[in-house]
Design a protein around this ligand. Structure first.
Ligand SMILES: NC(=O)C1=CN([C@@H]2O[C@H](COP(=O)(O)OP(=O)(O)OC[C@H]3O[C@@H](n4cnc5c(N)ncnc54)[C@H](O)[C@@H]3O)[C@@H](O)[C@H]2O)C=CC1
Ligand SMILES: O=C(O)[C@@H]1CCC=N1
Length: 258
């Protein structure tokens, strides 16, 4: 498949690298206005251009990884030259209805919500599309499955997916940062603290994904009665650990919904 990514920023570059590394049978072009900082992508076989229309006529899918306020400008530029091509949008808050309206209902449209771990083949991408575009969408689902997981979900949940799956990367990293800071306070140098905190999160996530159990079942295996884990966990909860995460996630969702 020939993939044309418009918006070579944080997400666009991560998807491009993910495809180059984990979905090698596909060819990728990435565009952004100033390409100096992404020229290195050519080392991975990715074509880089400052012209949004470069190679676009050969593309099987055009992926938009631009900010919401850049959508109209970019569509005005590319629509005249991509008649009938599939458009996949990762633009947060842009519904399928809005995208269809902006493209005059003349293009197959797909809404994708990856995260920046696509670059490492570990994105939790959520995807939705109108039923009429199923045939065009399924190859895109396959593509994103190569970059991690890619469930097809009801479009009503796409904003929620943005928060849980895309913003979620930042929340998880903040947990790791806090653990690292605590690790330094209790005696580790920063690099060792970071390595231990990150690997611990990776191990916990791997157990959950492989055993498919409720987190509390695994927590039970860690918390020795009267031991140090449970007192620490309870202290965190007294200080609003779970509650602050839940409130933060709901606040992020409110921001997307406007
Ligand atoms: N960063 C993330 O983790 C995620 C971002 N998103 C969504 O993806 C979109 C992009 O986000 P980021 O990558 O973080 O933003 P970004 O600002 O890093 O990337 C946007 C890129 O588009 C380029 N651009 C702007 N105008 C352009 C034009 N006319 N033609 C071509 N390129 C143009 C900019 O130079 C920039 O490199 C947003 O809508 C965001 O909500 C969705 C999921 C995750
Ligand atoms: O913060 C944002 O608005 C974007 C959407 C999901 C991740 N980053």
């Amino acid at each position: 498949m020939k993939v044309h990514i418009i918006g070579g920023g944080n997400l666009g570059v991560s998807i491009a690298l993910g495809i180059a590394k984990f979905s090698k049978s596909n060819q990728v072009t990435v565009t952004r206005r100033n390409t100096a900082s992404i020229q290195y992508l050519s080392e991975y076989g990715i074509t880089v251009s400052s012209d949004n229309k470069h190679n676009i006529q050969e593309a099987d899918v055009v992926i938009l990884t631009i900010k919401p306020y850049q959508v109209d400008i970019v569509l005005a530029e590319i629509l005249p030259v991509i008649q009938g091509k599939t458009i996949a949008s990762a633009v947060s808050g842009l519904s399928l209805d809005m995208l269809q309206e902006k493209t005059n209902n003349e293009y197959p449209v797909i809404r994708i919500m990856p995260n920046i771990a696509a670059q490492f083949g570990e994105s939790a991408t959520c995807i939705s599309f109108p039923e009429k575009d199923r045939e065009k969408a399924l190859p895109i689902v396959d593509l994103f499955q190569d970059l991690g997981t890619a469930p097809v979900i009801d479009e009503k949940l796409m904003d929620a997916a943005t928060v849980l799956g895309a913003c979620g990367t930042a929340y998880a990293l903040r947990y790791i940062r806090a653990s690292m800071q605590a690790g330094i306070e209790i005696g580790f140098d920063s690099q060792t603290a970071l390595a231990i905190a990150a690997q611990t999160v990776k191990g916990a996530a791997k157990m959950l994904l492989e055993e498919k159990v409720h987190p509390e079942q695994l927590i039970d295996r860690v918390t020795t009665p009267q031991g140090c884990t449970i007192v620490g966990l309870n202290e965190m909860e007294h200080n609003g650990f779970s509650s602050s995460l839940i409130k933060g996630i709901k606040t992020s969702l409110k921001q997307i919904k406007g």
